[in-house]
Design a protein around this ligand. Structure first.
Ligand SMILES: [Zn+2]
Length: 175
């Protein structure tokens, strides 16, 4: 049986369900039906605006955003679904906290729901450094479906990898 690296640590019965979908060749279809909506956040400027809007809505008082960029070198799982770098810079003698948010570029072409989920994840890190209870409470405050979306994102990444392996490294099939 092939290991499902994006689902490592999840209960065996869940992994079995996903394997069954893969064996039936249905994982891509199931995801496309559930997450059919694309987004139009194509570049770093648009991404910054998008992140700032979500921050204004939910975390107005958190530290100001620093740089917000798509990063083609980021590996989603390796960086625990994104990355969050605390940078302290000196401005006119005062130390000012600013936060840089890097979003793996796989999200540029991902469904809108997954981009929102990963941005919520990164925004939550403005207040909570660890992946602990307080962190996930903040995530679900901003996005009530957070846990479902994070799980389905793992399915999406699994599917992307299957397509990539089938194509021998070529482009995607569009789902
Ligand atoms: Zn994180």
């Amino acid at each position: 049986m092939q290991p499902l690296k994006y689902l490592a640590g999840f209960p065996p019965h869940l992994q079995d369900k996903v394997r069954a979908l893969i064996d039936q060749g249905r994982l891509g279809t199931v995801l496309a039906e559930r997450y059919g909506q694309a987004h139009a956040i194509r570049n770093d400027g648009q991404l910054y605006e998008y992140v700032q809007q979500l921050k204004d809505r939910h975390l107005r008082k958190a530290v100001p955003l620093g740089k917000v960029v798509y990063d083609g070198k980021l590996q989603v799982m390796k960086h625990a679904l994104g990355t969050h770098t605390a940078i302290s810079r000196v401005h006119g003698g005062r130390l000012r906290a600013s936060r840089e948010i890097r979003i793996a570029s796989v999200f540029r072409d991902a469904p809108a729901d997954f981009l929102r989920m990963i941005v919520v994840h990164e925004l939550a890190h403005l207040k909570e450094a660890e992946h602990d209870k307080a962190f996930y409470q903040l995530c679900t405050h901003m996005e009530p479906d957070y846990h479902q979306l994070e799980f389905d994102l793992r399915l999406y990444l699994t599917q992307l990898e299957l397509v990539r392996l089938q194509d021998g490294g070529g482009g995607g099939t569009g789902g």
